[in-house]
Write a protein that binds this ligand. Structure first.
Ligand code: FAD
Ligand code: NAD
Length: 402
């Protein structure tokens, strides 16, 4: 057929919403749409800290793609992207190779370890459902081992979390909820367990509202999270981390790295020019130098012209970019002006475990505690609604009237 072929790589927030919008804007005769993803499911990346701590069932964070995307309109290919060959307009997959007329890249993030010795090999990270489930199982295994191991073994119950950005903070919040349950299950004295969050900057959540960051730190410290602030992790060994100028060594049964993210490695491998691990895209979200390639979500930086620096990579941003990307593909197909992406910041809310949360909404109004937690649930459910309507909210949503 002569229909233009639009290929979307990655079924994350950016890829799913772009695909959804394209099916709404274009009829079956107008374009062929292909969605390529590693798994046959989409997952809620923003819930992975809960999967990793074991406070939600991993299946709760997964949504079968065919349940929310019309598979009569969109061809799903379950495969891993290896490389994009721009000159040939082809994408190399692990088991196949496909051509495209328009390409949307939404392959998300992977951990950035900044060359810290041993971090890549020895630390867990919250990157996907599979990797998060492994953390949950590993922690539980360490608790189980503790009861069966002879000799000095307290370190098995120490969990080190490296980096107190939003991922690290939300994760220790979930651990604060989970650990008492595990202690009960394995007959362990809760005072034996240590959860240590290590941050290089002098405070947690560097760059975020100080009052809210302080509230979060106190809330977590009250629930026995230990913080080591202004201390760099210098090395990660199989069962310890080396920190600070004095090179103190902390033994731990579980080490989770939440110290930073970069674009999926496929981007660099495909020869796109990287700035701090990501591609800085044009205001219409296209990769510089390419007429028909869009890069969205955590693979790219979009400049915040007002502040002169890129927007932080979030699901909120990825979801909004999808609208602009779909509109611009439409404009490329039918002629017309391409639009520039405009970000509408609805705020930032972080969960701190259980009913605890904090954040800002709309014009920087601050929320704390259960009010913030309720807002967090609204944000989660709003996305489910955008993606799959009321049915999906009822099935997977966070607000349950019962
Ligand atoms: P992703 O959501 O990461 O999706 C990428 C997709 O590509 C995945 O489905 C993956 O399976 C697939 N994929 C990857 N590699 C390949 C390959 N080689 N071949 C085929 N498919 C592949 N942001 C917020 O706005 N609010 C929050 O509350 C929030 N909480 C967060 C909590 C945690 C624990 C984490 C880790 C992040 C959180 N973020 C939050 C950030 C947010 O999750 C990311 O910015 C967002 O997921 C980026 O969306 P994306 O579509 O670019 O990529
Ligand atoms: P991040 O880059 O925001 O935070 C990483 C933290 O690790 C930083 O505070 C950094 O100073 C620290 N760090 C780096 N190297 C270190 C070292 N060697 N030793 C000790 N500390 C070190 O990464 P993130 O938390 O994974 O967040 C990634 C993105 O996802 C951000 O844009 C964030 O806003 C977003 N996110 C948002 C939410 C939310 O809105 N609720 C939740 C999670 C993530």
């Amino acid at each position: 057929t002569n229909k233009p072929k639009i290929v979307v790589l990655g079924a994350g927030y950016a890829g799913m919403m772009t695909t959804k919008r394209l099916t709404q804007k274009l009829g079956p005769e107008e374009a062929e749409i292909v969605l390529v993803n590693k798994h046959n499911y989409h997952y809620q990346t923003t819930w992975l800290h809960e999967v990793a701590a074991g406070t939600i069932n991993p299946n709760r964070s997964r949504i079968m793609i065919k349940d929310v995307i019309d598979t009569k309109r969109v061809a799903l290919i379950q495969d891993s992207v290896v490389e994009v060959k721009q000159d040939e307009q082809r994408v190399v997959l692990e088991n196949d190779e496909i051509g495209y007329d328009f390409l949307v890249i939404g392959l998300g993030f992977e951990k950035a370890t900044f060359g810290i010795p041993g971090m890549e090999e020895n630390a867990f990270s919250i990157e996907s459902v599979d990797k998060s489930r492994l953390i949950r199982d590993h922690i539980e295994y360490q608790f189980s081992r503790y009861k069966n191991e002879p000799g000095e073994k307290d370190h098995l119950l120490t969990i080190v979390v490296g980096g107190a950005g939003f991922t690290g903070i939300e994760f220790v919040g979930e651990l604060a909820e989970r650990v008492p349950e595990l202690c009960k299950k394995y007959d362990i004295d809760k005072r034996k367990v240590r959860i240590i969050n290590i941050e290089a900057a002098p405070s947690i959540l560097p760059g975020f509202d100080e009052e809210l960051a302080d509230y979060a730190r106190k809330s977590l410290a009250f629930r026995d999270i230990e913080f080591k602030l202004g201390v760099m992790i210098k090395e990660c060994k199989p069962d310890s981390v080396v920190i600070g100028e004095e090179e103190e060594e902390i033994k731990a049964g579980t080490i989770v790295w939440t110290g930073g993210v970069q674009a999926n490695g496929v981007i660099g491998k495909s020869g796109f020019e990287l700035t701090k691990g990501k591609v800085t895209v044009n205001s219409d979200l296209r990769a510089p130098g390419y007429e028909n390639i869009f890069i969205l979500g955590d693979c790219s930086w979009v400049m915040d012209e007002e502040k002169g620096r890129p927007f932080p990579p979030t699901a909120q941003l990825a979801i909004q970019e999808a609208d602009t990307c779909a509109n611009n593909i439409y404009a490329l197909l039918y002629g017309g002006e391409l639009e520039s992406f405009i970000y509408d910041n609805k705020g930032t809310v972080a969960s701190l475990g259980g009913q605890h949360a904090m954040g800002t909404v709309f014009d920087q109004k601050k929320l704390y505690g259960v009010t913030a937690k309720a807002m967090k649930n609204v944000i989660d459910d709003r996305y489910l609604f955008l993606l799959g309507g009321p049915k999906l909210v009822l099935k997977k949503g966070k607000f349950r009237p019962f």
